[in-house]
Design a protein around this ligand. Structure first.
Ligand SMILES: [Zn+2]
Length: 280
């Protein structure tokens, strides 16, 4: 039954970041654990570690530029370039990558949802660049995509509307309350994994790049569908900050960030594999 319950069939979709910072109010920063140099194990391929397919969502696109820096650098272009760099690095490891867009086109939220839901991927990563009225603000941060903790209304809504594929013989299959509890467990598990993934990437960024790491935050994203896979939104830097805009314009800096993100994914996959080994 557990496997059926945890079947990863649903995905959240994220509202693009820079234009929806207001929606990120009430964030609670989760401290980033520092990695210990020299202790990191680097698997040759996360494909062997149960992450076989990843959805990469390049935020904005087409007539929606997202944030725009003072010298004119558009978020949609930075996001797409980063997404393509990530795709190349992951495909080199044998990981299948699904892009919600691979060119400068406007992809509506409904289409992104459709692409993500059809993919049956293991992870969902949305790439964005930040903006803030406080021009001095800079740094790299990750939002994990999950409902707020202890959200009975959401679990009850899921219990009413989303099938769990339970064996009809189980009592839970006929009890909305029990289904709500099961959905709450799934959300909790997904949220925990999203935080773990986000922390792992932040540690790698801190270790492998020159970016300042702000940390990992939870946020109330606009959710169109329930998600049961780790889903994160990466804010690679602030286009509103002159120095960071200059960095984000640099191809080598963007490559450095992409490599560090993939390194974080590798470390996360490794920790997943170790947890599964312990459970055996
Ligand atoms: Zn954005």
């Amino acid at each position: 039954m557990e496997e059926t319950i945890l079947k990863r069939n649903f995905l959240y979709l994220l509202v693009p970041c820079a234009l929806c910072l207001a929606a990120l109010s009430g964030c609670a920063t989760v401290p980033v654990e520092q990695g210990r140099p020299g202790t990191g194990y680097k698997p040759s391929s996360i494909c062997y570690l149960n992450i076989k397919k990843v959805v990469i969502d390049a935020g904005h696109g087409g007539y929606d530029p997202g944030a725009i820096g003072r010298t004119g650098l558009k978020e949609k272009d930075v996001n797409l370039d980063l997404a393509k760099k990530l795709r190349r690095l992951l495909e080199d490891q044998g990981v299948q990558v699904v892009m919600t867009r691979s060119s400068d086109e406007y992809v509506p939220l409904s289409k992104r949802v459709e692409i993500a839901n059809k993919s049956h991927a293991d992870l969902f990563i949305s790439m964005h660049a930040n903006a803030n009225r406080t021009r001095s603000l800079n740094g790299f941060e990750i939002y994990y995509v999950s409902p707020s903790a202890n959200d009975p209304k959401r679990a009850m809504n899921a219990a009413h509307n989303i099938a769990l594929n339970l064996n009809p013989d189980y009592f839970a299959a006929r009890s909305t309350n029990l289904k709500a509890i099961l959905w709450d467990m799934i959300y909790t598990d997904s949220r925990a994994e999203s935080i773990r993934l986000a922390r792992s990437i932040c540690r790698s960024i801190d270790r492998d790049s020159s970016a300042r790491v702000i940390g990992v935050k939870g946020a109330n994203f606009y959710v169109l569908r329930g998600a049961t896979i780790p889903a994160i939104l990466v804010e690679i830097g602030f286009l509103s900050n002159a120095a960071e805009e200059r960095l984000l314009r640099s191809n080598s800096y963007r490559q450095q960030i992409a490599v560090a993100i993939v390194d974080g994914l590798n470390q996360y996959a490794k920790s997943l594999a170790m947890s599964e080994e312990v459970r055996k």
